[in-house]
Unconditional design. Sequence first.
Length: 503
Amino acid sequence: MRNYLTFIGLFACVIASAQNINDVLRYGTENLQGSARFQAMGGAFGSLGGDLSALNINPAGSAVFNNGIFSISGTNYNRNTDSNYNGALSNSTNNNFNINQVGGAFVFKSTNPDSKWRKLSLAVNYDVVQSFDDRLITSGSSNEGIDNYFLDYADGIALQPLKLQGNETIGEAYLDIGATNGLGFSGQQAFLGFQAGIIDPTVDEDDNTSYFSNANYQSVNQDFRQNVSGYNSKFTVNGATQYGDNFYFGASLNFHTIQYERLNRYDESYSNEGESRFVAFDNLLETEGTGFSMSIGAIAKVNDVIRLGASYQSPTWYRLTDNFSQAIDSDYPNKESSFSFFDLNYINIFDYQIKTPGKVTGSISAVFGKSGLVSLDYGYQDMSNAELRPTSDSGFADENQFISESLGGVSTIRVGGEYRIKRVSLRAGYRYEQSPYESGNIVGDLNGISGGIGYNFNRSRLDLAVNRTEQDVLQYFFDTGINTPALLNNVNTNITIGYTLNF
């Protein structure tokens, strides 16, 4: 039988478990997805339009269409991660295929020859703006074991609530502690460490608030495995219009859907002076929710060659629900007598909100008739303005202060070009995204290159794109206790094929 406990309004206990700066970054940034043509040109479509995925950059882009259009794209995602943990090297790969874009637009041209409003376009488009599917493996050894994690959380917590009360089971006690104001997630971690025999109180008295480790090691062997699946998708409803020969205006309503699942498995063992011990500690997070944002934009033809674009995307407001559970096992001899294995069936449920910052984009491009084009986009988003909500909650207030101090402005540069040879289009692009951290240490800058080819069948087009990004990230096994991170080098290679039909 599965056990559940719902927290309504009790947020302070969960900051260290799920709702923190990592959630803001996960849902506040968008990876380069979209149609094959869009990806091949680095996503530099802010002043070009003419592609359904360009609506993610500038909603005025649909007014560039001269006729109705339908587009669909599928992407093969390949992720390769090299991990360096205290000199020990590991490698992991993940490969999957998804339909990442599908949409269409209708164009209604004015029948009044005297009207300056030349046409109206209505479009809908579905894009996967972030694919979370990934698998990471990090192994090595260090002098910091998981006992430090449990000690950090247990410090200052009274012993009495960490003991089983009456006929209480381990699972019942775990959920009761999570719902107790002043204990919450911290109390749950202290409880697990104590019940598994990894830590013990300095004095066996109910009001004791200090603890010591039962671990005896010089070095511990550690194996950390993370399996992630899910996506952040955006469904866009768009309207745009052309005024005269040179101006385009548009607006969009964007509806997000979040599905995210992450299983962290941590195994630790050591042998010292004839004593051998192991700990297995799993953490499962499942998140689902929805979000909403708006965007407006404009494109202007300066002359026959130069085009300018400007757009603004509002903050995105997310409403999310986390299901969080933990499992632990150990062979420490002084664990609770009724403790055998604590599994993932005891689930904490948290409802919360996130507001990610708005973004502005400026664009310029040069279109050389039917021969080709080059385009440049610059975007800016101040991640220090991201918020966990409700902001009135003291736990979220502390984390939001940490977010405002740790994160900063993110500049994004996208460059793309296309050269046409009769029915064939050759494309290339470059993408740079600044680290969201002020220091740039935990998450490094992202660099990406892309290329592709398209073939025009008059009323339809077939496109192929290859997009590669690289980024360095520091990976911590837990938010406290084990303070040495692994250095991850993430290389993502997407191969996308798309089909576009004009009607």
